[in-house]
Design a protein around this ligand. Structure first.
Ligand code: 5AD
Ligand code: SF4
Length: 440
């Protein structure tokens, strides 16, 4: 693309976790601040940013096929930037293999996207995978507008080194963003329309900082301060590690009304030998004890988690332990994955990798159990009266979609607007959503 023809429109496509969604929003804000216009149709965009995820299999192949799909009928391509964790892990290879990619930028360096795009438009390809996360946040434009439910990244990176996971390598060491910056960003999000903020981090409950008086605080302290924002109605946080579930955070669930009764606390497996091989540093017993304490603080809490089936060496009996744990916890919802060997992680070279057919079969059984529990949780909610935050219109005329305090999708009809918090009776349940009746 010649220098006199810089991109005017852009499309950001984010894959993977909510932190990538947040990063995608911030990249879009950066590009918009340069005078570029966002477009929903990537076919027509001058610049396409693929904000990639590296957590599970075929991530890199998927990026190459996405790049291939961006070729237009006349053989030309938009200016392509690859961002996110695949960029961090495999940037050099992407640059070598895909000439249509002009920019590779890692998750801690995307504040440099505008200048890299400008360089690329002038014919200079560039890769940036440095990891000074704090520099990134300081260089981003201030938040302006927000939907009713906003993400706010408070913590990045991971020091836990679970043996299957690439995150410590792609996102780097744990860092906590400074308290004052977070309060400022939260206030801007609320001023821009947010009624709910979800605090994000790979290990969000490892967040630490100093409050306005210089006192050391943890995530519960931050939540307490944000809860004092009058126009902010709801606070959530994700994802947490069992080892960082502090007494204060558990207590906060019983003390702060605005903290929603929902906890995503991945356990990964239900067998102590497997957990040890995963380097999870918690046991089944210590995990269940945490849940007991959280439930004591907030009896209606909805529990969510992540599971991996087919970790190297996992026996049928060990997998059965995972099913038993699921049966004991009764999650409101959960995510489950087949183990995927990630290059450079210790588990990838462990003996006894599990055959794909065995993993398929285990995943099927686990998902059936989790679906049973999710449906049961939703059914048990029928008859409850609760607040729903209206997020968007539904598919049917006059229908609205929003979230219950327990993060269930609720659809209902009535005279409401996006961003309203309305009272709804939950009247009917399915596996993934509930029907509600607006209380006049
Ligand atoms: N294989 C399968 N699942 C994985 N996860 C992380 N790494 C892997 C892997 N190599 C899952 C974990 C984690 C979630 C975000 O993704 O369950 O909690
Ligand atoms: Fe990955 Fe484990 Fe860190 Fe979660 S805690 S990001 S699974 S290394």
């Amino acid at each position: 693309m010649p220098a006199e023809n810089p991109p005017r429109t852009f499309h950001v496509k984010s894959f993977g976790c909510q932190m990538n969604v947040y990063d995608g929003e911030r990249m879009a804000e950066l590009l918009a601040a340069q005078g570029m216009t966002a477009t929903d149709e990537r076919d027509g965009a001058d610049l396409v940013v693929l904000n990639t995820c590296h957590i599970r299999e075929k991530a890199t192949e998927k990026v190459y096929s996405d790049i291939g799909r961006l070729r237009r009928a006349d053989g030309s391509t938009p200016l392509i930037a690859v961002a996110g964790c695949v960029a961090q892990a495999e940037g050099e290879e992407i640059m070598a293999r895909a000439p249509s990619v002009k920019v590779v930028v890692g998750p801690q360096a995307y504040h440099r996207l505008p200048e890299m795009v400008a360089d690329a438009a002038a014919g200079k390809r560039g890769t940036e995978t440095d990891m000074p996360a704090e520099a990134k946040f300081a260089a981003l434009p201030k938040r302006r507008r927000s939907g009713p439910s906003a993400f706010l990244t408070v913590q990045e990176g991971c020091d836990k080194f679970c043996t299957y996971c690439v995150v410590p390598y792609t996102r780097g060491a744990e860092i906590s963003r400074p308290f004052a910056d977070l309060v400022e960003e939260a206030k801007l999000l609320v001023a821009g329309g947010a009624r709910e903020i979800t605090l994000l981090g790979q290990n969000v409950n490892a967040w630490t900082g100093q409050d306005a008086k210089g006192r050391a605080i943890g995530l519960d302290g931050l939540i307490r301060v944000l809860a004092a924002e009058p126009d902010l109605a709801r606070i959530r946080y994700t994802t947490s590690h069992p080892n960082d579930m502090s007494d204060g955070l558990i207590a906060a669930h019983g003390e702060i009304d605005k903290l929603m009764p929902f906890l995503h606390l991945p356990v990964q497996a239900g067998n102590d030998r497997v957990l040890k091989a995963m380097n999870r540093s918690h046991t089944v017993e210590s995990y269940l004890k945490i849940l007991d304490r959280v439930r004591a603080a907030r009896p209606d809490i909805a529990l969510s988690g992540d599971f991996i089936v087919g970790f190297p060496g996992e026996t049928e009996a060990e997998f059965q332990d995972t099913l038993d744990l699921v049966g004991a916890v009764r999650h409101a919802q959960a995510f489950s994955f087949k183990y995927s060997p990630r290059p450079g992680t210790p588990a990838a070279t462990m003996d006894d990798q599990i055959a794909p057919a065995v993993m398929d079969e285990r995943l099927k059984r686990l998902q059936a159990a989790l679906a049973r529990d999710a449906t049961a949780f939703n059914q048990a909610s029928v008859g409850r009266r609760c607040q729903v935050l209206v997020e968007r219109r539904g598919r049917l005329a006059g229908q609205w979609l929003g979230k219950s305090p327990w993060l269930q999708s609720v659809h209902f009809t009535g005279d409401v607007a996006i961003g309203d918090l309305v009272t709804v009776d939950l009247v009917q349940a399915g596996p993934n959503s509930l029907a509600g009746q607006l209380v006049a």
